[in-house]
Design a protein around this ligand. Structure first.
Ligand code: GCB
Length: 616
């Protein structure tokens, strides 16, 4: 009896261990008990770039990861096995013979057969490496849409969900001296419980859409930091630095050479170093003077050199104050669609083109819709002096009553704020776009808003709400407004409802004494198609919408800004009208080939004359 019992216990324990291992492995994000590493300013660190051609295999049935009985394979394609003479089994894949795709880029616009593809694609890249003592190594992925799995030399290093934020897989124990390889599986399948979910109005570009690199850091290293101007005291720069693996008694140093300012700070128990330093002669960052300072952060053997602007943003009643002064946000909404070539935007040149057009339009502000944009876009906004509404992909009808979906949205929010928090340009964190009004939704997004506020109390929280109508009155009373600092509303008078002229007789009732932004309005036009004001799809029709909208918006005394929809035409599978849309949302002021439509000039005139946004 006893003899039988012991092996049973052992077997039970072993089974538990296997289950624990499987659980840990299925969430291989980070070792159990460890928080995944978010790297602020990853692009400021020296890195070994993995950008370029990767070998790729399109795998619609995911047979590289799952066996014929749908079990995860131990001999999956992540092993990058090369068939040997005399093997007793066939090897039915070979990365060295597989076609290439460029990284960073979506796959849809690189290969005609992949334009509509939704499913897994395998990527493989060889590299040589020399491990260094006392060094931790991370694979840094700028973005992989939507789910992704990574292996280095056949060893799984992480998996990730969310297509628009960067993440880091620790590979310290997986890299070896000499030849190495990294294999990734990226799957852009849409999911009901995804963030975003099944329905969106943009192309589901898949792949390693942003840069991939290898980043080396010392054993104790700066992972996150926040350096900003104090709202309370105008000449105090404050913030914190977090050092992963900080030793007790360690110190950090913050220096801004141009201001002759330097301070040191000691760690608290969790490796966070808070600091404050008084500075003299600070030139504040603003759209008129987008001054950036070199900021050097040092912690033991680690250091980072940043370019940071200093400004404050807050609300007072229905006003938005930038550096203590009321500001009107003359904006435009922008998708991360690459100008001229379509596909996902991801280069400095894309950012310069898109934001250059926004400047030409007379903007001081852009809404970067509907997900976190690339770091190059945020750096360009800092340089060019464009205030930014930064948005998470909580778009339309998520499964708001599903706690797993909330966890996914929270993870993406943490990654977005953690990586982007030092951009002076960002003044608004947007929690959602056009969500259905239900209790579950309000609870879900309020939870996100609270989280964003606690992660970053220096900025304003907003969301793009839907409005309802009673007769000629548009009413803004969505209960979510309570959770916001700035109310955003989308409306399409003259396009999805009524006529452009209907705007002239529309009144607005806003049930919140908070700043109001019209975060979207607009209409579609095909560049080069002309006709009368009443001919839908012509440039004249679109321009007419803008003229009437601008008149109406000027009567909303609480209005503090606008970001019409949208700067440039973008691909959307919902837009199928042949000869006009051809799978592009045509509400751009500029076509995807860079042609400016008449409405561009209507808005430009209003922004340049500053005839919109008259003070109350
Ligand atoms: C909206 C959405 C945006 C769409 C736009 C449209 O309200 O927020 O994502 O693309 O309307 O064109 O219908």
């Amino acid at each position: 009896m006893k003899q039988q019992f012991l092996p049973l216990v052992v077997r039970g324990l072993m089974a538990l261990l296997v289950i624990a291992f499987m659980l840990a492995d299925s969430n291989a994000w980070a070792a159990p008990g460890q928080i995944p590493i978010i790297l602020t300013g990853a692009d400021r660190r020296p890195a070994i770039s993995f950008d370029g051609d990767w070998s790729t295999i399109v795998d619609p049935y995911f047979s590289g990861l799952f066996s014929f009985h749908h079990q995860e394979r131990s001999d999956g394609w992540f092993r990058n096995y090369k068939a040997q003479p005399g093997d007793s089994f066939p090897t039915e894949y070979d990365f060295s013979k597989a076609p290439k795709l460029k990284v960073p880029a979506d796959w849809n616009t690189q290969r005609e057969s992949l334009l509509y593809y939704e499913g897994p694609v395998w990527y493989e890249h060889d590299f040589t490496y020399q491990p260094k003592p006392r060094t931790r190594v991370f694979l840094h992925i700028g973005a992989a849409n939507y789910r992704s799995w990574f292996w280095v030399n056949g060893q799984k290093v992480c998996e990730h969900e969310g297509g628009f934020t960067s993440f880091n897989c620790e590979v310290t124990g997986a890299v070896r001296a000499g030849g190495n390889f990294v294999v990734a599986a990226v799957d852009n399948t849409r999911h009901e419980d995804g963030v975003p979910t099944l329905e969106t109005d943009w192309w589901n570009y898949g792949g390693l859409t942003r840069s991939v690199s290898l980043i080396e850091v010392p054993e104790a290293f700066i992972d996150q930091y926040d350096v900003h101007l104090s709202r309370a005291e105008g000449s105090v720069i404050e913030g914190w630095i977090h050092v992963a693996g900080a030793q007790s008694g360690a110190k950090v140093e913050v220096e801004i050479p141009e201001l002759d300012a330097k301070t040191t700070a000691s760690a608290d128990k969790v490796g966070q170093f808070f600091f404050q330093m008084k500075v003299n002669g600070l030139e504040r960052w603003s759209p008129e003077t987008p001054k950036l300072y070199k900021v050097i952060l040092r912690a033991g053997d680690d250091s980072i050199e940043e370019r940071i602007g200093f400004r404050t943003v807050e609300t007072r009643g229905t006003e938005i104050l930038l550096n203590g002064k009321p500001v009107f946000l003359r904006g435009i909404s922008i998708h991360a669609e690459a100008p001229y070539r379509t596909g996902r935007a991801n280069t400095d040149k894309d950012a310069e083109t898109l934001l250059g057009w926004a400047k030409e339009l007379g903007c001081n502000y852009v809404r970067l819709a509907h997900y976190p944009h690339d770091e190059s876009m945020l750096r360009a906004a800092d340089r060019l002096g464009l205030l930014v509404w930064a948005e998470n992909p909580v778009y339309w009808a998520l499964e708001f009553d599903n706690p797993k979906v909330l966890a996914k949205a929270e993870q993406q929010l943490d990654e977005q704020i953690g990586t982007s928090r030092n951009h002076a340009a960002i003044i608004l964190w947007s929690m959602a776009n056009e969500t259905p009004i239900t209790d579950a939704r309000t609870h879900f997004i309020t939870t996100l808003a609270d989280r964003a506020r606690s992660l970053d109390p220096t900025r304003l929280i907003t969301a793009a709400l839907l409005v309802r109508a009673e007769g000629h009155t548009k009413i803004v009373d969505d209960p979510l407004g309570k959770a916001l600092d700035v109310i955003g509303v989308n409306e399409y008078i003259g396009w999805y409802e009524q006529h452009p002229e209907s705007a002239d007789t529309t009144n607005w009732r806003i049930d919140y004494q908070k700043p109001l932004m019209v975060s979207e309005f607009g209409g579609g036009a095909k560049a080069g198609l002309h006709g009368g004001d009443k001919d839908r799809w012509t440039e004249e029709f679109q321009a007419n919408i803008y003229r009437h909208q601008l008149g109406m918006l000027n009567r909303i005394t609480q209005l503090r800004g606008m970001s019409p929809w949208v700067l440039m035409d973008f691909r959307s599978p919902n837009r199928v009208l042949a000869g006009i849309q051809d799978e592009f949302n045509r509400k751009g002021l500029i076509s995807d080939q860079g042609e400016k439509k008449q409405a561009f000039y209507v808005l430009q005139k209003a922004y340049q004359d500053q005839s919109v946004g008259k003070p109350e």
